[in-house]
Ligand binder design. Structure first.
Ligand code: CP
Ligand code: NVA
Length: 333
């Protein structure tokens, strides 16, 4: 049984296949316990700092509820609450937080910041999204895959859209790690960085997985078990809408793409938030400005029987709970 105690969770590549799969299985166990009302206060008496430089619904709520269920106290520290890297160095802040808290979650821009927190705080640090990686998302996504297909190995997992963002990077590495047939489908100018592709290919060789990077939608989605997409413009790149819409329109997930898979049981996943209707004021302004009515996914697919996006969102909480409990909790089995 892998021993995670004291470890940080910054990106998928720091874990072995066995460890990654174990975290997902443990999350499934915690999900059952929660559904059955069985207490699991593995972190009773612990204090957890939740640092957010970017906004969040799922990650913040998942960490908060997970802490409460595990018996720990969460403390939210938003971008204007502390001086991280501005008036106080990341190193000093990390050392101070490490003297008071038992674990730290961080969401922000540069990945180097979360690495510095892990290096200097002396406590487990969990990455709640950086510009490079979104590893707690991958855990939730793979738990959802496991629930739908009963296994991860060999699953034809297709990510369509912006192939260079945090979610694409994480799914590529995570999928290769656990032995999926992972396909990233995007325009060439948005292909993942070659160093990440190389790393994924090496990992796939060990795990029995496969890695395909292609701009050809028909080739990518053929036989897909999972079609996954994310926003075309990530947090911090809001000036890129026009450019991304021009590049990514052929990569929209719509019913035509779903039928092209040839798989009745294909599931649709999205990390959320998704741009699929005009209900939000932000969405309305972007859609009107660019003369669009739909973006990375059509409302029809989002609300179809294929869509498992709300199971996926719920699974953020169970998987984050698993990461915290395994790295910091007192688990007697
Ligand atoms: N998927 C995800 O990370 O959502 P939030 O940005 O709401 O945390
Ligand atoms: N790629 C998106 C993911 C949001 C959860 C972003 O970084 O904004």
């Amino acid at each position: 049984k892998p021993d995670f105690r004291g470890k940080s969770f910054l990106c998928e590549k720091d874990f072995s296949k066995e460890e990654f799969v174990y975290m997902i299985e443990f999350a499934a166990k915690l999900k059952d316990m929660k559904k059955q009302g069985i207490p699991h206060r593995y972190m009773a008496g612990k204090n957890i700092a939740l640092l957010f430089e970017k906004p969040s619904t799922r990650t913040r709520c998942a960490f908060t509820v997970a802490c409460t269920d595990l018996g720990a106290h969460p403390e939210y520290l938003g971008k204007d609450d502390i001086q991280l890297g501005k008036k106080e160095s990341i190193e000093d802040t990390a050392k101070v937080l490490g003297r008071m808290f038992d674990g730290i979650e961080f969401r922000g821009f540069e990945h180097s910041k979360v690495e510095m927190l892990a290096e200097h705080s002396g406590v487990p640090v969990w990455n709640g999204l950086t510009d490079m990686w979104h590893p707690t998302q991958t855990l939730a996504d793979f738990l959802t895959v496991q629930e739908n297909f009963g296994h991860l190995e060999g699953v034809k997992f297709v990510y369509v859209g912006d192939g260079r963002n945090n979610v694409a990077n994480s799914l590529l590495i995570g999928g290769a790690l656990v032995g999926m047939d992972v396909r990233i489908c995007s325009p060439e100018s948005l292909f993942p960085e070659s160093s990440i592709v190389e790393m994924a290919k090496e990992m796939a060789q060990k795990s029995g997985g496969r890695v395909t990077i292609t701009s050809d939608v028909d080739e990518a989605v053929n036989g897909a078990d999972v079609i996954y997409t994310d926003v075309w413009v990530s947090m911090g790149e809001e000036d890129k809408f026009a450019e991304r819409i021009a590049l990514l329109s052929p990569y929209q997930v719509n019913m035509d793409m779903i039928s092209k898979t040839g798989n009745e049981n294909v599931i649709f996943l999205h990390c959320l938030p998704a741009f699929h209707d005009l209900e939000t004021s932000y969405g309305r302004s972007v859609f009107e400005k660019h003369g669009l009515s739909e973006m990375e996914v059509t409302d029809e697919v989002f609300r179809s029987k294929h869509s498992k996006v709300f199971d996926q969102a719920e699974n953020r909480m169970h998987t984050i709970k698993a990461v915290m409990a395994l790295t910091l909790g007192n688990i007697e089995e």
